[in-house]
Design a protein around this ligand. Structure first.
Ligand code: PRP
Ligand code: ZN
Length: 297
């Protein structure tokens, strides 16, 4: 099945860790959606971009077969598919999205005597990520048996099905609840925007580029503040020195006040009271910090 319409389709996780932040990102990129009755399809009202809500594990497959041009998915799911797929075409990672951070990690029962990587030799490790785990075991020159499970990996040791597990860890709550301790990191992951390996027709390719630029703009606005202040011209050098600015600030003259200037600076760190008080000590007044919602270079 391939998506022959001229509308772009983005696959997004239906429920789970990435579901809500993925849709929030698309909305911040300016997309407005109308939901279908079954809530599995979001129709793009202001651009020909629709969202398909699916299981995250299905997203790489949908991209490979061309049912969707884009997907928002964990790098872990994407990479597992690529490793497991041999030489067949795989979705490409376009943008790392900076949310949904987690790691694929080996965990062992809290009471286990396992202390070094070598201790994993000959043990059984349960996982839903056999390809990623196999690659890591190979790189570490370890020989463990991989027990493939499709869910509830964290209870495998208690059921006697495995000696260790290799599963995603985000907050660590699941491990703690199952008396497991994290032992080694296999793979670091976050949500990414991925693209179908199929070549998109020109109009869709343009739309993809446009969406990527908007997502980039929404991301670069994340955590960016605009600092505005006025100051005596003589204080400019000192003020510039302490500004946590990304680029040199814009400096403007003020009508009828030749000794004063207005300064605007984009800052990528939060500006706390201490920052502002220091600037004030250096002569600044009329300080204002504004959140930047979006930016387009
Ligand atoms: C992962 C993993 C654990 C949980 C860990 O599932 O399988 O169940 O998250 O998170 P925690 O450390 O915060 O407790 P995921 O959200 O990827 O869902 P899925 O595997 O069912 O797709
Ligand atoms: Zn999943």
């Amino acid at each position: 099945m391939s998506n022959a319409t001229d509308r772009l389709r983005v696959a997004v996780q239906k429920s789970g860790r990435l579901a809500e932040p993925s849709l929030a990102l698309l909305r911040r990129a300016g997309l407005v959606f109308r939901s279908s009755r079954d809530h599995l399809f979001l129709y793009g009202e202001n651009l020909p971009i629709d969202v398909l809500l699916v299981r995250d594990d299905d997203i790489p497959g949908l991209l490979v077969e061309g049912s969707c041009e884009l997907g928002i998915v964990g790098r872990n799911v994407l990479t597992e598919q690529r490793y497991g797929n041999g030489a067949a075409p795989s979705p490409a990672e376009l943008i790392a999205l900076g949310f949904g951070a987690c790691r694929l990690a080996i965990a062992v029962p809290q009471t286990s005597a396992i202390a070094t990587l070598r201790d994993l030799d000959g043990l059984r490790i349960a996982t839903s990520y056999p390809a990623l785990l196999a690659g890591w075991l190979d790189a570490e020159d370890l020989r463990a048996e991989i027990v493939v499970l499709n869910g509830s990996v964290e209870i495998a040791p208690r059921l006697g099905k495995a000696d260790a597990i290799c599963d995603l860890v985000s907050s660590g709550a699941t491990l703690a609840a199952n008396q497991l301790r994290e032992f080694a990191t296999v793979f670091e992951s976050e949500a990414v925007l991925a693209a179908s390996p199929r070549k998109a027709p020109a109009a869709k390719a343009l739309l993809i580029e446009r969406l990527c630029a908007r997502i980039g703009g929404a991301q670069s606005g994340d955590g960016v503040r605009l600092l505005m202040l006025q100051a005596p011209r003589t204080a400019l050098a000192d003020i510039t020195r302490v500004l946590p600015a990304r680029d040199p600030p814009s400096v403007m003259s003020l009508d009828g006040r030749p000794d004063d200037i207005a300064v605007q600076a984009l800052c990528s760190v939060a500006l706390d009271w201490q920052h502002l008080e220091e600037l004030k000590r250096l002569g600044a007044h009329g300080l204002m910090v504004l959140n930047v919602e979006r930016m387009l270079a």
